[in-house]
Design a protein around this ligand. Structure first.
Ligand SMILES: NC(=O)c1ccc[n+]([C@@H]2O[C@H](COP(=O)([O-])OP(=O)(O)OC[C@H]3O[C@@H](n4cnc5c(N)ncnc54)[C@H](OP(=O)(O)O)[C@@H]3O)[C@@H](O)[C@H]2O)c1
Length: 263
């Protein structure tokens, strides 16, 4: 005869295992309506994550809306990363939701390559590039910090660019100065390096991730179209790097293939 105690024990253990299985993780992604961001939404949703997909124009983003009809674990919110009031409002709305991964993907090139050469620089546009690529991810990290701290994974990621590496800059036939873009991405690398050091005592891991050369609208605008990999391939690799992010690799500048880039 099986004792009552043993039956209680089996039931309790089963409940714990069941709860653990259904407890899925949450990721918030900026710039989710196209390119690399949309593919992050796709792959994380496929993997069973709760995806908070944010974009500037949520009601117009047909591809994202279609994806959210396919995967019920996607919820869509409006967010322009240059609008700090909007960021604070969304953080207030999501106050009680632990966010395992805060993924800052939104970014702009800042005009085509011809507008990013000496003699032709558009300084007005530079301000917007900094607001989007450098200040935005820092503000988002600050606003959602408590959500990250109360989560299990505690990860904050920025999608930077390999073109931000000063150590790797050399004149080649593919070289383009891209002043606005490259300077803003180098700036956020420094911001997130600081973030990694400052947040380490709170158990937060910070990823500075370069996705490689990827076929998107941004690549087209930069004049490198046809040279890149698919968003699927890049994102699969970056997700692996995010999974591997720990206290050792926090604050490192990591290319999609896992290589550490020089600053
Ligand atoms: N493609 C590459 O080869 C490559 C290489 C290195 C790094 N990256 C980085 O990867 C990230 C994604 O770029 P992508 O290649 O996928 O380019 P993309 O197709 O041009 O996508 C950029 C995304 O950022 C969003 N965005 C722009 N400004 C925003 C703002 N103020 N607030 C919120 N969202 C904003 C865009 O939304 P809208 O539709 O509203 O404009 C779009 O969803 C960027 O950070 C980029 O710098 C790309």
């Amino acid at each position: 005869m099986v004792s009552k105690k043993l039956i209680y024990l089996i039931i309790s253990v089963s409940i714990i295992i069941f709860n653990h299985k259904i407890e899925s993780k949450t990721i918030l992604i900026t710039g989710s309506n196209r390119g690399i961001g949309l593919e992050f939404v796709n792959q994380y949703a496929q993997n069973g994550w709760n995806v908070i997909a944010t974009s500037r124009t949520p009601s117009d983003d047909m591809e994202l809306i279609k994806l959210s009809e396919k995967y019920k674990n996607i919820s869509i919110y409006g967010l322009d990363v240059t609008k700090h009031k909007q960021i604070d409002l969304l953080a207030k709305e999501l106050k009680d939701i632990p966010i395992d991964i805060l993924l800052n993907n939104a970014g702009i090139l800042g005009g085509n390559e011809n507008l990013q050469k000496i003699g032709n620089l558009d300084f007005k546009s530079m301000e917007n590039v900094y607001k989007t690529n450098a200040i935005g991810p820092l503000k988002v990290a600050e606003a959602f910090l408590e959500n990250v701290i109360t989560s299990n994974e505690k990860k904050i990621i920025v999608i930077t660019s390999g073109t931000a590496s000063i150590g790797n800059v050399k004149k080649s036939k593919y070289y383009k100065p891209l002043y606005l873009y490259r300077m803003s991405k180098t700036a956020i690398n420094m911001g997130y390096k600081n973030l990694a050091l400052e947040l380490a005592p709170k158990g937060v891991h910070v990823g500075i991730m370069a996705p490689g050369i990827v076929e998107t609208r941004l690549l087209q605008q930069a004049g490198y179209s046809g040279m890149g990999m698919t968003t699927k391939e890049s994102v699969k690799n970056v997700i692996r790097n995010i999974e591997n992010l720990d206290s050792e690799t926090s604050g490192q500048y990591i290319l999609f293939n896992g290589k550490i880039l020089p600053w």
